[in-house]
Design a binder for this molecule. Structure first.
Ligand SMILES: NC(=O)c1ccc[n+]([C@@H]2O[C@H](COP(=O)([O-])OP(=O)(O)OC[C@H]3O[C@@H](n4cnc5c(N)ncnc54)[C@H](OP(=O)(O)O)[C@@H]3O)[C@@H](O)[C@H]2O)c1
Ligand SMILES: *[C@@H]1O[C@H](CO)[C@@H](O)[C@H](O)[C@H]1NC(C)=O
Length: 327
């Protein structure tokens, strides 16, 4: 019975993953790691987790020691900071036991933006396919999640642990939990629009973004958890255990149009229409680079394992996903 450590338990994915694990594998001891002390009651009474540990992503020693005590570690909370993955992996390598530790990591399609700064669709941009190991080998720390991904791929190839990476497109939808997390994708987009005072797209906004509904992502993540636990030994490279999942590509202009209308109707923004702006006026930090670019990912390997997007488009979902959220 593999013991499982879940990092990022209170986010968009974590509550569902933890409930699913205790429902389908009640005999797998589950430890949940999070920093919000008010979440204890939920994990004790609803999830029925076996152990709760409070800590932050910055507590490298605590995280490493905990990882060392579990056979399976699922990180559904941190994909940007390589230090978190380093701490987890260092701990997993110290684990005493016959079987290798298994790391299941959630990464993001932000890695695959094409670097355009004019907001235009480019039909010749590279499409990053999980079936092509050469594509995955090119993942590097200059990419949004690439620092952590690189650390994990290297550890997987070195062979001391088994690694599985599910790389999800921008994730929408809502998942039942008392913590009402919008997920990092929505948090970035809505936070950016609110701080600008308008909803931006760049140029003609024809550039496309890959998206996935959280239910479709979770169904696949559950499949990978079962697969990873069943595979006692792995052959092949760590790149061959990388899975891209997305459901639909939408243009930034279409997305901004629905987002602007929704934020306006909630009384958060004065305009119900989005604004076409140059890159410099599309927000702070990494966000403009995302909005101005194309994100083209393809998941042939994930599809071969049965991945299929079933949920409705993000363009239909935005109003209901944001309906009950207090900005
Ligand atoms: N949502 C997307 O569009 C998307 C797309 C691709 C990949 N991803 C990646 O998938 C993973 C899950 O995303 P998500 O949208 O489910 O994330 P999320 O809802 O933002 O959840 C993040 C989780 O991490 C916790 N957390 C954040 N900073 C922390 C810290 N310093 N110490 C301890 N805990 C901390 C949060 O806890 P609190 O509740 O205490 O804040 C929360 O449980 C992330 O790695 C994300 O980058 C997300
Ligand atoms: C990672 O750790 C190094 C060394 O402790 C530190 O200098 C760096 O700021 C950390 N990176 C992040 C993203 O926190």
């Amino acid at each position: 019975m593999p013991s499982v450590l879940l990092v990022g338990a209170t986010g968009l994915l974590g509550p569902s993953i933890s409930r699913h694990l205790k429902e389908t594998h009640p005999d797998w001891p589950l430890t949940v790691y999070f920093r919000n002390p008010e979440a204890d009651n939920y994990f004790n009474t609803v999830v029925k987790a076996d152990k709760i540990v409070h800590g932050t992503f910055e507590d490298a020693t605590k995280l490493g020691d905990l990882a060392a005590e579990h056979e399976v570690v699922i990180n559904s909370g941190s994909s940007f900071d390589p230090n978190v993955s380093r701490a987890i992996i260092d701990g997993m390598k110290r684990r005493k036991g016959i079987e290798k530790g298994t790391l299941i990591h959630i990464s993001g399609g932000g890695n695959f933006i094409d670097g355009r700064t004019d907001g235009k669709f480019n039909p010749t941009s590279k499409v990053w396919n999980d079936m092509n190991e050469d594509d995955i080998r090119q993942i590097n720390p200059s990419m949004l999640n690439g620092g952590a991904d690189r650390v994990i791929l290297d550890a997987g190839n070195e062979g001391s642990i088994k690694t599985y990476i599910v790389c999800e497109a921008l994730t929408y939808g809502s998942a039942p939990s008392p913590f009402s997390s919008l997920g990092i994708g929505y948090k970035l987009l809505t936070g950016n629009a609110i701080s600008l005072g308008y909803t931006p797209y760049v140029g003609d906004g024809s550039a496309v973004l890959s998206t996935i509904h959280v239910n479709d992502a979770l169904t696949f993540i559950y499949k990978i958890i079962d697969l990873a636990v069943a595979q006692k030994e792995v052959t092949g490279s760590a790149e061959s255990r990388w899975y891209n999942i997305y459901g639909e590509r939408v243009s930034w202009k279409d997305l901004a149009t629905v987002l602007a209308k929704t934020l306006h109707s909630k009384g958060v923004l004065p305009d119900a229409e989005p604004r076409s702006v140059p890159l410099e006026q599309a927000g702070e930090g990494e966000i403009p680079k995302l909005i101005a670019a194309n994100m083209l990912m393809k998941g042939d390997r994930a599809e071969k394992l049965g991945f299929k997007a079933r949920e409705r488009s993000i363009l239909e979902h935005i109003p209901e996903d944001l309906a009950s959220y207090q900005f």
